[in-house]
Write a protein that binds this ligand. Structure first.
Ligand SMILES: Cc1cc2nc3c(=O)[nH]c(=O)nc-3n(C[C@H](O)[C@H](O)[C@H](O)COP(=O)(O)OP(=O)(O)OC[C@H]3O[C@@H](n4cnc5c(N)ncnc54)[C@H](O)[C@@H]3O)c2cc1C
Length: 435
């Protein structure tokens, strides 16, 4: 059963004209809509299913600075600042809390990696992350009975509630004048004189000169319909939530599990070793760009071959803007969770933290994560198609970075001075996938 984000009703009467169309009502689409609407720009957000129906309600809810790719540090530091003021800014509580996050570590290579990261990237970037020993771990986790060689601890890191956040931001964007339409898939774009002139939706055409594609795991399929190859693959990750229980407030990952306290008093728990990826035609197309990542993560990702290959092959032949698109055929992608991985994570958690012994599972679900070759998002204007912009590929950590990513996307769209250096997020950085 999938989680239920707060329902957001759709506006009525699709406009025939607007300034900016945003494709996708996940955390990236809604934060960009809020930023643009606050700047007085006419913006229309179109979502094929419901607001936050996919990754943005299914994630763990971690707002994490630590362990980030060095190129993302300025963006996540900015995002942490924005999360702190978000509930006040939007007039709704997204339950953001700086509860601290700890990676509990036994692997010497990981300890060396995070020691280096904390000294050479976190501290110069303004993040206070420290390597801690067993004594500090025992202070932070009096409930733990395991021995750890070390931990990476960031007191300023935190959590928010995914099922509340994106819907609340969408409502705030609407209060500032954005129009929000759900159950409204975008099939493609229209061009005039070589630039964007509109979008074709299942409910009609909207004229506009600017489009932002924030389509999560669907962005690659949207680009393919424009004849463009976006280097993006997907993996499936499973999650469970429990009934309320007295236990640690601090968020952590340990030996094949992660946990974080939820605002409803329960826990969100996940495995932390593998994710699954079904082979698709894109695995072949983008093989060379993804090869270094595949070599780095070959122990962490399990590949399988199945129906998804043929589903995606069919998408490639469906390019008629008058026909029902894949975005209407799959309103909400709801993959099945992998039960044995969740059972094992829960067992390991209870072994290390006896306080979790009585936990009762309420719900299990999975989400499809979109990944780029360097696991860093793409936030950029497409030079070869004036008016078209992309913010996607958040590679399993876009919830925390979402508010700043939306701000940066809005800065690029409005040609305002960017809130951080956008260079690491350029589309043109991939060697073999020319867009
Ligand atoms: C299990 C799991 C755990 C995660 N844990 C964390 C975490 O703890 N912390 C963290 O920071 N990140 C986490 N992430 C990653 C994070 O959730 C994502 O990076 C982030 O939500 C991506 O947001 P998005 O808006 O790009 O995509 P999405 O939330 O997937 O939204 C994209 C939307 O676009 C819509 N769409 C697509 N194509 C069209 C179209 N043609 N027309 C109209 N609508 C369209 C889709 O229906 C979808 O609703 C996790 C992800 C998963 C799945």
């Amino acid at each position: 059963m999938a989680p239920h984000p707060t329902p957001v009703t759709s506006d009525e009467n699709l406009p025939t004209q607007t300034n900016v169309v945003i494709i996708g009502g996940g955390i990236i689409g809604v934060t960009t809509a809020l930023e643009l609407a606050e700047r007085g720009i006419a913006v229309t957000l179109l979502e094929k299913g419901i607001i936050a129906g996919e990754q943005s309600s299914r994630n763990w809810g971690w707002v994490r600075q630590m362990g980030r790719d060095p190129s993302e540090i300025p963006l996540i530091v900015k995002s942490t600042e924005l999360w702190k003021g978000l509930s006040k800014r939007i007039g709704a509580d997204v339950k953001y809390q700086q509860c601290g996050i700890t990676y509990l570590l036994n692997d010497d290579k990981q300890i060396a990696h995070y020691s280096h990261w904390s000294k050479h990237h976190a501290t110069p970037g303004g993040i206070i992350s420290q390597i801690i020993g067993q004594e500090k771990i025992n202070q932070l986790f009096p409930h733990n009975t395991a021995r750890w060689k070390a931990g990476l601890y960031t007191a300023d890191d935190g959590r928010a509630e995914p099922q509340l956040a994106a819907p609340a931001i969408a409502e705030a964007a609407r209060q500032h004048g954005a129009r929000i339409f759900t159950n409204c898939a975008v099939r493609g774009i229209e061009k005039a004189a070589g630039r964007i002139s509109g979008v074709v939706t299942e409910k009609g055409i909207i004229e506009c000169d600017t489009v932002l594609l924030a389509g999560g795991a669907w962005s690659r399929h949207f680009c393919a319909r424009l004849g463009r190859a976006l280097p993006q693959l997907t993996t499936i990750s499973s999650v469970l939530r429990t009934k309320p229980l007295e236990g640690p407030e601090i968020t952590a990952s340990g030996d094949d599990y992660t946990f974080r306290k939820r605002a409803d008093g329960g826990y969100t728990i996940t495995p932390d070793v593998y994710s699954y990826s079904q082979i698709t035609p894109a695995h072949f197309r983008h093989f060379l760009d993804f090869l270094p990542l595949a070599l780095k993560n070959h122990r962490k990702v399990r590949l399988s071959f199945g129906k998804r290959f043929f589903d995606e092959l069919k998408y490639a032949f469906n390019t008629d803007l008058d026909a029902i698109s894949p975005f209407e055929q799959v309103r909400i992608f709801d993959p099945a969770p992998i039960g044995w991985m969740l059972d094992r994570a829960l067992k390991n958690l209870k072994r290390d933290f006896p306080v979790f012994g009585p936990l009762e599972v309420v719900e299990r679900w999975a989400g499809c994560i979109d990944v780029t070759p360097d696991e860093v998002p793409i936030i950029d204007a497409v030079q070869s198609l004036p008016g078209f912009h992309i913010a996607t590929g958040f590679s399993g950590h876009g919830f925390g970075i979402g508010p700043a990513a939306g701000k940066l996307a809005a800065d690029i769209i409005t040609s305002d001075s960017p809130c951080v250096d956008p260079t690491p997020f350029r589309l043109g950085r991939f060697k073999y996938s020319r867009f």
